[in-house]
Structure formats: C-alpha cells, structure tokens
Design a protein around this ligand. Structure first.
Ligand SMILES: [Zn+2]
Length: 323
C-alpha cells in the first residue's frame, strides 16, 4: 500500500478562480481541501485567522487533529515564517532550481523546509486517509520546493485566466473573510502591476511543471463553460484511481477547512457556476492594452490572443519527476 501523501496542487495567479476549482476538485476527487496551506504557520497564532469551516483556526477540530499528528505547529512558527519570507523569495529561486547542488547552508535550509511540508501533508493524510489533498497554495516556487524535496506525490493543475480579467479583478476592493478582522481587504493593484504579477506567477508554475508527477493546464473560461468535461480530464491526469470508490462527498460548509482565498470558499448554498466576465464591459481599453503588452508572450501561449483563442485550454503532460 502506497502511504506517500498525494497532493493535487492548484497553481496559478491570484484571482484566477482557484477557489472555485478547489471546491469542484474536492468533490470530483473526493479530496480534502486545505486551501492556501503554505500560509498555515503564519496563521496559527491566536486571533490571526479563521478556518473555512467558520471557526477560529485554533478552535477548528480538523486543524487541531492535524496539529497533534504534526507534532505542534507552534514549534515551527519561526521556520514557517521563514518559509514564506525567506526560502520562497523570488531572489532565492535559482537556489531552489539548482538544489541540491548549492551552498551547504542553503541546502540545509531547503531540506528543513521540505521536512516541515512532508510532516504537514502526512498529518493531513492521516486525519483524512485515502483522500488526495487539494492544495490551492497557487505559488509556483512553493510547488517547486514541494516537488524537489520529495516524500510527496504532486500533480499540478495550472489554472490560467485571461490576464485582463485578472487585472480587472485585482483593481476591485474585496473583503478577506478568512481574516479575524472583518474589515480586512485583499490587496488592490493597478493594471501594470497586475500584469507583471500575472506574468511572474504563471512563469513560476511553468518552471515547476518539470518537477511534478503530472501537469494539467486548464483555462478558467473553459472550466466555467464546460465544468464536467474539464473536471473529467483533470481526474484522468491526477491519478484519482487512488481516491476512494465512493460518491464524492458534498463538502458541507461545516466540513470544509481551507485556509485563505476568495470569499467563495465560505459558500453555504448550492454552487452555481457562472463566468465572471465583468471586465469585458467595465475595463477601459487603455487598461486592457497595458495588461496585454506586459503579458503578451504567455497570453498568446495560453490562447488569449489571436486565433489560438478559440482552442480548448486543457493542456496535459505526464512525466517522471526530477528530484
Ligand atoms: Zn475548520
């Protein structure tokens, strides 16, 4: 019996629909969705954050059980903070890519971070056995770290969305419902900064793909237009044979424990899938032009510019991982 934790990693840029995909994959693969779990250590402080089930994070039964099996997140709060603000910084990316052929102290740092992650996913898999972990941490550098340090089977699902739609969404004020402070809002960006952000985050995922067990690229626009066929394709690629042979669980709000992300995660009624295409009527031509100029190479590659725009956005590859 294979006891290696199985992670379906949803990667991509903020505001690309990753929370929607997380909810759909949790049902399709009968998985356990943990949300943006790479921020866990930062959140595991009294009064800092709420879980997707509505409880304060420290009061949530699911995370309390995971914490117990992990051996106590409290002892790794500093290392968890360093994971986010040190190990995964963009300027450290060359070290991650060259691992293990790097300076000894950097190698030790990366191995320690990898050890924390292995313990975390193992603990989640013990609390919810036989279910793939649906992780929507999104960040490509984190995916690279997870794949390169070993001990976890990682299938990447890369969700891409038209960069103009993402930039428009980033220009709007949105509440952070996972924050303890109800007035807390998500970061707002202008079109140029949003375009750069879209480009960098997606390039990082393309770098991560070579280290994962499989890579599936899905366009948000195809997901909302044909969710059944897109999810079936993802299921085929993510080794869902390991998922239990029982109907996908309904994912009731009380049993959903994702961290962070879009307010949609807290839904308490049947999920209705509709395309968010407000940008097509509300975004100025000037802002669209700025975003497209910055993101052009990948916007073409993903089919958002030119004739390729009409093609299906499901791109598949399967490979032996590099460690
Ligand atoms: Zn919870």
């Amino acid at each position: 019996m294979n006891t290696t934790p199985h992670v379906v990693f949803i990667a991509g840029c903020n505001r690309s629909g990753t929370t929607l995909l997380e909810i759909l994959l949790e049902r399709e693969l009968a998985g356990v969705a943990v949300g943006e779990v790479w921020t866990l250590w930062k959140r595991f402080v009294p009064g800092r954050s709420r879980c997707g089930c509505g409880s304060a994070l420290l009061d949530c039964r699911f995370w309390s059980e995971v914490n117990e099996r992990y051996g106590g997140f409290e002892r790794d709060l500093e290392a968890g903070g360093h994971l986010r603000d040190g190990v995964l910084r963009l300027r450290r990316l060359p070290g991650l890519l060259a691992f293990p052929a790097i300076r000894r102290e950097r190698r030790v740092e990366i191995r320690m971070a990898g050890s924390m992650l292995r313990r975390l996913y193992r603990a989640v898999s013990e609390v919810r056995p036989d279910r793939p972990v649906i992780d929507s941490s999104k960040f490509g550098s984190y995916a690279i770290l997870l794949c390169r340090t070993g001990g976890v089977d990682v299938d990447i699902v890369h969700l891409v969305r038209d960069p103009r739609a993402v930039a428009h969404s980033m220009s709007r004020l949105r509440r952070r419902r996972d924050a303890a402070d109800p007035s807390s809002t998500m970061q707002i960006m202008g079109p140029a900064r949003a375009g750069v952000s879209w480009l960098v985050w997606n390039v990082l995922v393309l770098l991560a793909r070579r280290y994962a067990r499989s890579y599936t690229r899905v366009r948000y626009e195809d997901l909302v237009a044909s969710p059944v066929s897109v999810l079936a394709a993802v299921r085929l690629r993510t080794d869902a044979r390991r998922a239990p042979a029982k109907p996908p669980h309904a994912g009731s709000p009380a049993d959903r424990h994702g961290l962070g992300g879009n307010p949609m995660r807290d839904y308490d009624r049947p999920l209705v899938i509709t395309a968010d295409d407000e940008w097509e009527v509300s975004m100025s031509r000037w802002h669209r032009w700025i975003v497209l100029v910055i993101t052009l190479p990948l916007a073409i590659r993903f089919g958002y510019v030119g004739r390729r725009g009409s093609r299906s956005g499901i791109h598949l590859s399967r490979q032996e991982p590099e460690r």
